[in-house]
Design a protein around this ligand. Structure first.
Ligand code: ADP
Ligand code: MG
Length: 241
């Protein structure tokens, strides 16, 4: 059997990885006296593992998550108040399948972004389509899309993520157009996917964040309220620790 011909055939049926590594597998099978079945199983296991690795790398790239955080590195004894059990339970990721929203509320430095980043990272590792973005960048993107008439396609794109993480809502005030567009993005995802929001403002303050539009803020809270899980964190900033 000519390994080159075999490699070409594997490539033709889109088994690119197997095609590139067939020679190693053949020599290993020969030297170890593998059965045909074992040889084939090893080759396919390798192809499947490689595809999974590629898919996860693609999920991570797509998420645009900059800083990878792990929940194992989170010191639950540091914050004065946190429901550690509830936070840990999020990492079974069932909230994504249940289309629940997660709101992390607390003052600066208590680990909201850390937990949200870790959720995004774990989501990607588990093959969920995720996107991590700050509220300001999202609003800038939305405003720009109105100018170049791409808002509808952007809205569809944002609806396609299984987990959309909006970081730092409330740090900076949002203008009228930005608030309206953000509302549309979140409304459009209603009951179709999860939204994770981190904010330093309690809901009562959201009117002020959204251009003093209490009605819009109320409607937004209402959309996020569907099956929402609230994680309140209180304490000192870890940054000045
Ligand atoms: P927030 O988003 O609430 O302002 P961050 O998540 O950005 O805070 O946390 C600030 C820094 O401190 C980050 O580098 C984060 O990893 C770290 N940090 C915060 N809380 C903890 C904690 N309880 N255990 C470990 N690291 C923490
Ligand atoms: Mg933060």
């Amino acid at each position: 059997m000519n390994p080159q011909q075999l490699a070409a055939s594997l490539k033709k049926v889109n088994l690119a990885w197997s095609s590139q590594h067939i020679k190693e597998h053949l020599s290993l099978a020969e030297s170890q006296n593998f059965s045909f079945a074992k040889f084939l199983q090893n080759l396919l296991d390798d192809e499947i593992a490689h595809r999974k690795e590629k898919r996860i790398a693609e999920r991570l790239r797509q998420s645009k998550l900059r800083v990878k955080k792990s929940i194992e590195n989170f010191d639950f004894s540091f914050p004065e108040k946190i429901n550690g059990k509830l936070v840990k339970s999020l990492f079974d990721l069932s909230f994504i399948n249940d289309k629940k929203n997660v709101i992390l509320i607390g003052p600066p430095g208590v680990g909201k972004t850390h937990i949200a980043s870790a959720l995004c990272y774990y989501g990607c590792l588990n093959d969920y389509k995720c996107r991590f973005i700050t509220a300001m960048n999202l609003i800038n993107e939305l405003n720009a899309s109105v100018s170049d008439n791409s808002f509808l396609s952007l809205m569809r794109r944002y609806a396609s993520f299984e987990m959309l993480i909006i970081d730092e809502l409330g740090y900076l005030p949002v203008d009228k157009q930005g608030a309206d567009l953000l509302f549309q993005i979140i409304s459009n995802r209603y009951e179709t996917g999860s939204v994770v929001v981190t904010t330093n403002r309690p809901f009562a303050d959201w009117g002020r964040v959204f251009n003093n539009d209490a009605t819009l803020a109320g409607a937004l809270i209402d959309r996020l309220a569907y099956h929402r899980i609230i994680i309140e964190i209180e304490g000192k900033s870890y940054r000045v620790n």
